[in-house]
Design a protein around this ligand. Structure first.
Ligand SMILES: [Zn+2]
Length: 275
């Protein structure tokens, strides 16, 4: 068996390509990480490099991720190329017992490194692992066009974005009843945006980066890709309505949203409702 025959690796590769096909990943835009369940680590162990790479400091620390393994996209790699060259574009990394460094144990061939957003992903994995009792395994960052466009015209608040998205597609309050957080524009790749995002990820599983893109977390591939896809589709509907030049005659009201929540058994973040 090769690494690319392992089920989770196949799912990871497929999701990278799905994002490319959706137009989320121009050039080397976007990144994806998956915290491997122990059973998959055991499955992969005979396929890992006999001599792992050297430990590299992350400059952030997460003791609850000590000893974990992640699949990650590579820095400067293109989602478009993942299916053609998984071993060059992707890697498996191991976290040290202190939870502050990583080493490459498979892939990222020819001197590749994990995504430049790996410290951001790492902190957010830590927060989401704690917040969900270990249920969430994925962090996905993409550049969905319509959502980014909305960051130029909506107020950069959790409330404004959540309400616009909830009102633009009836499935939205069911798919993300907790709403979405928003961080203002920041330089990507650094500690500041990592900390701001992880603070919001304590309560949200989706965080908008103004003029840049979206970060989501999820349980598995379907859940995580589905969240990205649903949010972007809702943003597209909202933007098309705004672009139509027609006045909005009707929308999904707050009481409609509450009715959806009641019938589907989800709890909306009530603070985001009401005038
Ligand atoms: Zn980005």
């Amino acid at each position: 068996m090769r690494m690319t025959d392992v089920g989770v690796m196949q799912n990871f590769m497929r999701m990278c390509n799905d994002g490319w096909l959706q137009g989320y990943h121009e050039r080397n835009g976007g990144n994806l990480t998956y915290r491997l369940p122990q059973a998959d680590v055991a499955l992969m162990r005979p396929l890992l490099a006999p001599v792992p790479g050297t430990w590299t400091p992350l400059h952030v620390c997460a003791p609850n991720l000590a000893g974990e393994y992640f699949i990650t996209t590579g820095s400067g790699k293109y989602m478009r190329n993942v299916l053609l060259d998984p071993e060059g574009c992707l890697g498996v990394v191991e976290i040290n017992p202190q939870g502050d460094s990583y080493r490459i144990v498979w892939g990222l061939a020819n001197g590749g490194r994990p995504t430049s957003e790996f410290p951001s992903h790492f902190l957010n994995h830590s927060v989401r692992k704690a917040a969900t009792g270990g249920a969430h395994h994925m962090i996905y960052h993409a550049h969905p066009v319509n959502l980014i466009a909305l960051t130029y015209i909506l107020p950069l608040t959790d409330r404004a974005f959540t309400r616009a998205l909830w009102q633009s597609a009836t499935e939205c309050p069911v798919v993300f009843p907790g709403g979405v957080g928003v961080v203002p524009w920041m330089v990507p790749g650094g500690a500041e945006i990592a900390l701001a995002t992880s603070k919001l990820m304590e309560i949200y599983d989706a965080v908008v980066w103004a003029h840049h893109g979206l970060f989501v977390s999820g349980v598995d591939f379907d859940d995580t890709f589905g969240l990205m896809h649903t949010i972007e589709k809702s943003a597209e509907i909202y933007l098309k309505v705004l672009s139509s030049g027609q006045p909005v005659r009707q929308t999904i009201t707050d009481d409609n949203l509450r009715a959806i929540a009641r019938d589907f058994g989800v709890t909306l973040r009530e603070a985001l409702l009401g005038e």
